[in-house]
Write a protein that binds this ligand. Structure first.
Ligand code: NAP
Length: 289
């Protein structure tokens, strides 16, 4: 029951109707027996500063931040943690002691999803397809966990090179989708990650353009997409005998890290997974109708 003592967390984005985070977080608060509630708020881009000031003044415990506000929110905050600083984007804000601090929990979510699947990062060579915001969090996760190398692949080779140059020297290399550098990277890749939206609902027929024969046969294959959980990309990988990791583990992991930042408690991951599965069923049914 919501009362005068209930602490409030929110998701801000534009739009937010599609988000699975409200059911996941409300299930987590209920399972942990915490007097918290989580609400989605559609905040138009030109109202972002006013919204952050208003939510802070209203005494919220914290917020999640989604597209298109992850970068633009930074000037309205009092500081960033190291992950948000390196990734250059914020997905979680903690309001405490009169300050608003931005965090990025995507990298922690991604790393925890690999650990749960039994995939070791230290000493491994990773190839990331796509050079957007999620790829930055994943690249930082690999660097922090001691990967032997990270190669980022983008449609525009110059964009991949700029992405690589924005990380500490020698940790990330970049190349274009076509050419020998990409083929060579696939040949010695231990972990391949799709960080593009190709194949995401409702465009589930879209395919990541990849020469599967060039990929090292022992590589683990990951997709950040979680709607659907079984993308074509992962289906191809499974057919070829690769270990696969879907995006739902990263979603739960980043949410669990935000839960801990807001409440100081370990997150009830099982309740969050159950809520995710239920919310996904509703999402898929809505899309079919
Ligand atoms: P983003 O910032 O828009 O970046 C998308 C990247 O994909 C860009 O580099 C873009 O290339 C590339 N791309 C788009 N269409 C492409 C195509 N047809 N061919 C080749 N490359 C293409 O998006 P994001 O925030 O990084 O998100 C990427 C994906 O990760 C989305 O599916 C999102 O849902 C998912 N995600 C999942 C989680 C999770 O918790 N599981 C968290 C965050 C994101 P250009 O730069 O050339 O346009």
């Amino acid at each position: 029951m919501i009362t005068g003592t209930t602490k409030v967390c929110a998701l801000i984005g534009w739009p937010v109707e599609h988000s699975l985070s409200p059911p996941i977080h409300n299930a987590a608060f209920a399972a942990a027996g915490l007097d918290y509630v989580y609400i989605p708020l559609a905040v138009p881009p030109d109202a972002l500063g006013a919204a952050v000031a208003g939510l802070r003044a209203a005494g919220l415990a914290g917020i999640n931040v989604t597209v298109p506000h992850k970068v633009n929110i930074i000037p309205f905050l009092d500081g960033l943690d190291r992950s948000a600083e390196i990734v250059g984007a914020v997905n979680t804000v903690v309001f405490a002691a009169g300050r608003a601090i931005g965090h990025n929990t995507d990298q922690e979510g991604f790393v925890s999803s690999l650990a749960a699947a039994g995939v070791t990062i230290a000493g491994r060579r990773a190839v990331l397809l796509g050079a957007g915001g999620a790829a930055r969090a994943v690249a930082w996760g690999f660097i922090e966990q001691g990967a032997a190398g990270v190669i980022v692949v983008a449609r525009d080779a110059a964009k991949a090179a700029a992405f690589a140059a924005s990380f500490p020297p020698g940790r990330v290399a970049g190349c274009g989708w076509r050419g020998e550098a990409f083929a060579a990277a696939l040949g010695c890749c231990d972990i391949l990650v799709n960080c593009t939206p190709l194949g995401m609902s409702p465009h589930t027929d879209e395919e990541v353009p990849l020469d599967w024969a060039a990929l090292c046969s022992g590589a683990a294959v990951c997709d950040l997409i979680y709607t659907p959980t079984a993308t074509r990309f992962l289906a191809h990988a499974r057919e070829r005998g690769h270990l696969t990791v879907g995006g739902e583990g990263m979603l739960i992991g980043q949410g669990a890290a935000a839960f801990t930042l807001w409440t100081g408690r370990d997150a009830p991951r099982e309740a969050m997974c159950a809520a995710f599965n239920e919310a996904l069923c509703r999402h898929e049914t809505r899309n079919k109708n």
